[in-house]
Design a protein around this ligand. Structure first.
Ligand code: IPE
Ligand code: IPE
Ligand code: MG
Length: 241
């Protein structure tokens, strides 16, 4: 089966999963850790190179402060608990997003686990916290503008590859498979640039209920897709021979 090199997931539906059980939203967020573990394991096992998980968007700061607090505390606890396991599995962990606004303690742990796992050669796990696709593009534009202003960059020399080199996922392949749980079919300001040619797969399942069978279904669907990248089916066939 053709395996995607890069899988990107919007882990949505924690709140509704909890509501259906008469539980507070925080319980849904807590229950969302188990499927993260499973997804990391399954992607490692299947030979996926990069897994990018959307954990907290730039717009999620607009949620009630109490819920934001719960999520930040959960990130801190999960990082403490899972870091050893990830390191032992050979996973390298990196975070993308505007991190200066995060708590000092969380920022320190994030930097710690990043440097500790940087040399690992297994699955590249990217966790998007305080991330927005538009933020990412604006940051890349700023870098280019600074270089142009400093006289080290000719604006006419800027091309797509040069622009992409300023994005948070610079140097990594674009996502091949995009998964969103929770039933909504939208991008919600995730990797706007990088998802240009991703295969999209949606499931009604809420994130805490996402399991190996759901992941298998996503991978199965991906394997059946014909990715033409603008070409005709006949061209692709000719290229394969
Ligand atoms: C995803 O679940 C987690 C975050 C966005 C942080 P939600 O909290 O969005 O759950 P729903 O969509 O309200 O059910
Ligand atoms: C997207 O989920 C962000 C994450 C899963 C981290 P949201 O629940 O924030 O998305 P919207 O608001 O329904 O589009
Ligand atoms: Mg949601």
């Amino acid at each position: 089966m053709h395996v995607p090199r890069h899988v990107a997931i919007i882990m949505d539906g924690n709140g509704r999963w909890a509501r259906d059980r008469g539980l507070p939203r925080a319980a849904g967020h807590r229950a969302g850790i188990k499927p993260v573990r499973l997804t990391v394991e399954e992607c490692s096992r299947r030979g996926v190179e990069v897994l990018t998980l959307f954990a907290f968007s730039s717009e999620n700061w607009l949620r009630p402060p109490q819920e934001v607090g719960v999520l930040m505390q959960l990130f801190l606890e999960a990082l403490d608990r899972e870091a050893d396991e990830l390191a032992a599995k050979g996973v390298s962990l990196r975070f993308i997003g505007a991190r200066a606004v995060l708590g000092a303690e969380l920022q320190a742990r994030m930097a710690g686990v990043e440097s500790r796992t940087a040399a690992n050669t297994g699955l590249k796990l990217i966790v998007a916290i305080g991330y927005g696709g538009r933020w990412d593009i604006v940051e890349a534009a700023k870098r280019l503008a600074r270089a142009a202003q400093a006289g080290t960059l000719d604006p006419d020399s800027i091309d797509e590859a040069g622009f992409a080199a300023g994005l948070a996922l610079a140097g990594l392949p674009d996502p091949d498979l995009f998964i969103r749980t929770g039933g909504d079919q939208r991008i919600s300001n995730f990797l706007l640039w990088n998802l240009a040619y991703a295969e999209l797969w949606f499931t009604e399942a809420f994130w805490p209920a996402f399991d190996a069978a759901a992941l298998e279904a996503a991978f199965g669907a991906f394997a059946t897709r014909e990715r033409r990248f603008g070409k005709t089916a006949a061209q692709l066939k000719a290229e394969r021979c």
